[in-house]
Write a protein of this length. Structure first.
Lengths: 112, 116
């Protein structure tokens, strides 16, 4: 079946450091890929998405590129801020389905 | 847009009591999902509805759990009787379906449930 694998956290960084959170997936067909962010005490919010191979999703300084050849969708940000501390979820939505599959989430902690 | 609204935000009750969680999806969304989030198991899909009809409830853990969607603007998740292992954060999410396969889900802020 479909699955999403994320790097385990927590990821701990200093402010202004470069961020990468790895995400790989297994799916049949051509899924859409998403990154969601969950701030403490809140629900998940869409951060960015990509719907086909080589698409780059971007938002709030975060980027991720849909790599079909490596089945990956790694999240990156050039300079993190304390306010980016949250849990990040990678997800896929299989082609022809409305039901997403989520990864386990990766906690990011950014220190001043 | 008001977003997905869940109530209550927090619920603390004793084992054996009935618990009812409520959700109002975003107007116009035709899919509604109930999730449970715990540290041990992560985010689990419990059940989802399309146009108010339950489509897949295979994630509902036991018969103690039930969900209804009497109309397009309201859904409930009920636990009866509740047990301590039901303690978790429960999320409701909604999304567009037909013709909008790349649309994301929109989550509520969740209900933090503690069963003593």
């Amino acid at each position: 079946g479909d699955s999403v694998t994320q790097m385990e956290g927590p990821v701990t960084l200093s402010e202004e450091a470069f961020l990468t959170i790895n995400c790989t997936y297994t799916a049949t067909g051509y899924p859409s890929l998403f990154w969601y962010v969950q701030y403490p005490g809140e629900g998940l919010q869409l951060l960015l998405k990509a719907t086909k191979a080589d698409d780059k999703g971007s938002n709030k300084g975060f980027e991720a590129t849909y790599r079909k050849e490596t089945t990956s969708f790694h999240l990156e940000k050039g300079s993190v801020q304390v306010s980016d501390s949250a849990v990040y979820f990678c997800a896929l939505r299989p082609g022809g389905s409305y039901i997403p599959t989520f990864g386990r989430g990766t906690s990011l902690i950014v220190h001043p | 847009d008001a977003g997905v609204i869940q109530s209550p935000r927090h619920e603390v009750t004793e084992m054996g009591q009935e618990v009812t969680l409520r959700c109002k999806p975003i107007s116009g969304h035709d899919y509604l999902f109930w999730y449970r989030q715990t540290m041990m198991r992560g985010l689990e899909l419990l059940i989802y509805f399309n146009n108010n009809v339950p489509i897949d409830d295979s994630g509902m853990p036991e018969d103690r759990f039930s969900a209804k969607m009497p109309n397009a603007s309201f859904s409930t998740l009920k636990i009866q009787p509740s047990e301590p292992r039901d303690s978790a954060v429960y999320f409701c999410a909604s999304s567009y379906g037909q013709g909008a396969i790349n649309q994301p889900q929109h989550f509520g802020d969740g209900t933090r449930l503690s069963i003593l």
